[in-house]
Ligand binder design. Structure first.
Ligand SMILES: Nc1ncnc2c1ncn2[C@@H]1O[C@H](COP(=O)(O)OP(=O)(O)OP(=O)(O)O)[C@@H](O)[C@H]1O
Ligand SMILES: [Mg+2]
Length: 300
């Protein structure tokens, strides 16, 4: 694994590596004691002593180190751990990712204010290829970089993409859960990131809309908001399927996306209106340009 390049995070900078490893369940307090003794005896650094004693792996240490810092990012390689489209992971200082962080701040102010009923956000847009999956995935990454306990759900059971972006196998996922063939263990923690988990869409079912309408979906989201600070949901194209209505109503909030020079204003307005009429809070809209996120403005 590539060592993440790191920048200081004022929130975590004061916490010791030992405390982070204990808090994340990688070490017990007894183990930490043993390491502290070995550290003193042999004049080692905490991490070196922990690895020498075989109590943590180098990967655990890298993650703990990364969580002390704000923007752990990955070095792009041919067979990267996640797809190159996750620019928030690979190009954290690019203007595109600056724009994603600005969007994150807006969403923290306008939507993710801590209450459980404001922890879930569906990413919606009218047409295929608008960039919903791209935005959902990169937003999830920037939220996790801020230290938010983040879950990304691929609720596009028509053309699922998140398993490709995060290089997961899609044998099981939301469709399996909703059809009663699986449990929450299929939510995968993505080791390259500090605090990001993904629920893939699972095998494409014959009846996505019916599955999303089941009480089980609402129950799943209720459970997830107890578990996570931020839950981002990828959805199918609104003009092709009504799934997004069902998803956004359950999520209670939606972020709308338009693709520069391709989204029709009429379709975009229609989507915004229909969601609003169903009681969904349309939290804002984003214009996806060749440079990803251009603007965000609040809907009136
Ligand atoms: N801002 C961007 N910069 C660069 N590439 C982008 C951007 N937005 C989207 N793309 C690319 O455009 C393609 C379509 O994007 P994406 O898959 O996110 O669209 P979608 O709305 O989820 O489409 P679908 O209907 O297939 O689910 C992808 O190859 C994606 O990487
Ligand atoms: Mg998609």
């Amino acid at each position: 694994m590539n060592a993440p390049a790191i920048q200081p995070n004022p929130l975590n900078a004061g916490r010791s590596i030992g405390a982070i490893l204990v808090d994340t369940g990688k070490l017990t307090l007894d183990d930490a004691e043993r390491i502290l003794r070995a550290q003193k005896e042999h004049g080692l650094r905490f991490g070196e002593a922990a690895i020498q004693l075989g109590l943590v792996t180098r990967a655990d240490m890298e993650l703990a180190l990364a969580s002390q810092y704000d923007y752990p990012y990955l070095l792009q390689t041919e067979n990267g751990e996640v797809a190159g489209e996750l620019i928030a992971a690979y190009e954290p200082f690019s203007p595109q990712v600056e724009a994603l962080r600005a969007l994150r701040s807006q969403l923290m102010l306008r939507w993710f204010t801590g209450e459980e009923e404001r922890r879930t956000l569906a990413i919606a847009s009218p047409a295929r290829g608008d960039g919903r999956s791209y935005l959902a995935a990169n937003l999830a990454v920037v939220f996790s970089q801020l230290g938010e306990h983040t879950l990304l759900i691929d609720a596009d059971m028509r053309n699922p993409r998140q398993h490709q972006l995060f290089k997961l196998d899609n044998q099981q996922g939301l469709s399996s859960l909703l059809s009663g063939r699986g449990d929450l263990s299929m939510i995968e923690r993505i080791p390259s990131f500090v605090d990001l988990s993904v629920l893939a869409a699972g095998p494409i079912p014959p009846n996505p809309q019916e599955l999303l309408g089941r009480p089980l979906f609402a129950r799943l989201l209720d459970e997830m908001v107890h578990e996570y600070d931020v839950v981002i949901i990828d959805t199918p194209a609104a003009a092709d399927y009504a799934d997004v209505q069902t998803i956004a109503v359950r999520a209670s909030g939606a972020l709308l996306l338009a693709r520069s020079s391709s989204t029709r204003v009429s379709e975009f307005r229609e989507l915004s209106k229909t969601l609003g009429q169903s009681g969904v809070a349309v939290v804002g809209s984003v214009l996806n340009d060749p440079l990803p996120v251009k603007t965000v403005r609040q809907q009136s």
